[in-house]
Structure formats: C-alpha cells, structure tokens
Design a protein around this ligand. Structure first.
Ligand code: CUA
Length: 308
C-alpha cells in the first residue's frame, strides 16, 4: 500500500525537522495575524468616537508595525531556519547507502553503485540508515521530492546535487517531480520502498540476479520480439543482449509497483495496454508504439511478466 503522507506526516528524522520548522512558522504567522486583527479592530473602533489623528500615534504605529515587528519576525524565522539547517546533515555518514538518481523526461533512472544494480522509478531504502542521493538530470531541470522523507532538491544537467534521506518506518512512500519539466511532468512520479535491513538485502540479492531466462515457447518468442521490434534500442534487460540506457532498465520490471513512472499500476492488463500504446496513458512519452500483431503483443507481455 502506497503511503500518501505529506511533509507534515514525517516518516524520518530529516523530514521531522522540516515539519517542525513548518509548525514554528505557522505559530509565528498566527500570532502576527492575531496581532493585526487586534490593531485593525482598535483602529476601526477608535475612529467612531475620535476625529483627531495624532501624528505621534501614526509614527509610533509605523515604527512598531512597519519596522520593528517585521525585523523581529524575520530574525526569528531566519534563526529557526538556521537551527534546522544545522540539524539536518549535509554529509552522509560513511556507512550510508549511495543511490544515483538521474531525471529523464519523464522517468527516474536509479542506480546503486555500491551494489552495481540499476532500476527505474523506484528507490529501495533500508530503514534507519542514511541514504545519500546523488541527483542529476539527463535533459531538463527536474526536482526530487518525497515529502514524507526529506526536502526537495533540483536535478540539474551536468551537475550532481546531494540529498540525504533517512526513513524511520517501513512502507512505500510516494514521491514526485516537483519542477515543471514538460508535458508529462505530472506523470513523473516515483516510489520510495523502505524495508527492514533483511528485506532490503533480499531485494538487492534479487536485483543482482540477471533476468529470468524464458521458460516456455511464448516467453522465448516474447524475448525475440523484444530484441527485434525496437524495444532493445532503448531498454536494457540484464542477462540478454539488451543493454541500452535511453529508457528504463527492465531487468526486473514485473516486480515494480507502477508502470510509466506512475502512469499505471503494474498489472498484466495495464502492461499490455502500455506496450500496445504508451501514448494512451501518457501522451507525449518518448516510447513509440511497437505496432505488433495481437499474438506478438501477447508473447511480449508474457515475457515481460516473467521478469520478476
Ligand atoms: Cu520532471 Cu517535472
């Protein structure tokens, strides 16, 4: 079950700091607003039975309300912001898991250099361990944001930005691209799957294994179609000759929760309609229609379904 937690339902210590800052700023804003209401009410009431406008009162109001109060408020907000910035780690510990995330129009390439594995649109994290995300972009500016786990940070071409993430509860958290990056910006979502250390290890083991070899005639035909119909020009499947990196790595595509970076749930039916016409669920996506016969499409989908 995907958790739709927002920034005010933090699932880790770093997000908790940011949520705390938000609440402090809300309290300050409420106090200022109440003060404003009191002053407004006083001004309205006084006007009724007093027609004199003492210059000293006006000046005092300007100095207090226009100079001193904003200075106090801004200094306060600046101070707590600095405090939170200091409490959020800017460098990960030496045992941090490193994950390289590359934004593409409109999907996420996710690589784990310490393990040598690559996946897409899902980030798997062990609970209670710092993760150093190294963010970059293959094309335009994107922004990485998993509201329940950390603040947001831009992904820029030819530059690597580092974001530290830590989760203190297991579960699947929703993430988004938070910077308009073209037609399908809204369908550039990702999932952060937070597992216990043991479950995470198991996931890594499974990802390290190459794709399952076709175990029947239909799946074998599906693989042949994959290699002939142009899929191979963009996608990689470890253990086959497909090794392109223009599109998401499909080695374990069947184990993922979503298709098309959140465009569809990963069911057999959706996989079939996605392959048949990706532009139906995600107009403008780079993937062309493969133009297959119904039988070939069935075989291709049957093969992809085996890639657990
Ligand atoms: Cu990528 Cu918006």
């Amino acid at each position: 079950m995907v958790k739709d937690d927002g920034a005010l339902e933090p699932g880790g210590p770093i997000a908790a700091e940011i949520a705390w800052l938000w609440w402090v700023m809300l309290v300050i804003a409420v106090v200022v607003f109440l003060l404003f209401l009191v002053i407004l009410a006083r001004g309205l009431l006084r006007r009724v039975h007093s027609d004199e406008e003492p210059a000293a009162t006006t000046r005092r109001f300007l100095v207090w309300g226009g100079v001193l109060l904003p200075m106090v408020v801004i200094t306060l907000v600046f101070g707590v912001t600095l405090l939170v910035m200091r409490r959020i780690p800017s460098q990960a510990g030496t045992d941090a898991l490193i994950v390289e995330v590359t934004g593409h129009q409109w999907w996420w390439d996710v690589a784990y250099p310490q393990y040598g594995i690559r996946t897409a649109n899902e980030i798997h994290l062990p609970v209670d361990r710092q993760v150093e995300l190294r963010l970059t972009s293959a094309d335009v500016v994107h922004s990485f944001w998993i509201p329940a786990l950390a603040g947001k940070l831009d992904l820029l071409p030819e530059r690597v930005n580092t974001l530290i993430v830590e989760a203190s509860e297991t579960g699947v958290f929703r993430g988004v691209c938070a910077e308009f990056c073209g037609l399908q910006h809204a369908k550039m979502n990702l999932l952060a799957v937070v597992d216990s250390a043991e479950d995470h290890e198991r996931w890594v083991e499974r990802q390290l294994s190459p794709a399952a070899a076709p175990d029947d005639e239909t799946a074998q035909r599906g693989l042949d179609i994959f290699l002939d119909a142009g899929c191979v020009d963009c996608h990689a499947i470890a253990g086959t000759e497909a090794a392109a990196t223009e599109g998401p790595d499909l080695t374990h595509v069947a184990s993922r929760l979503w298709l098309g970076a959140g465009a569809l749930e990963n069911t057999r039916e959706n996989l079939s309609s996605w392959v048949e016409d990706p532009h139906d669920a995600k107009p403008g996506v780079d993937m062309p229609e493969p133009e297959l016969s119904a039988e070939d499409l069935h075989a291709l989908v049957a093969y992809l379904e085996t890639l657990e």
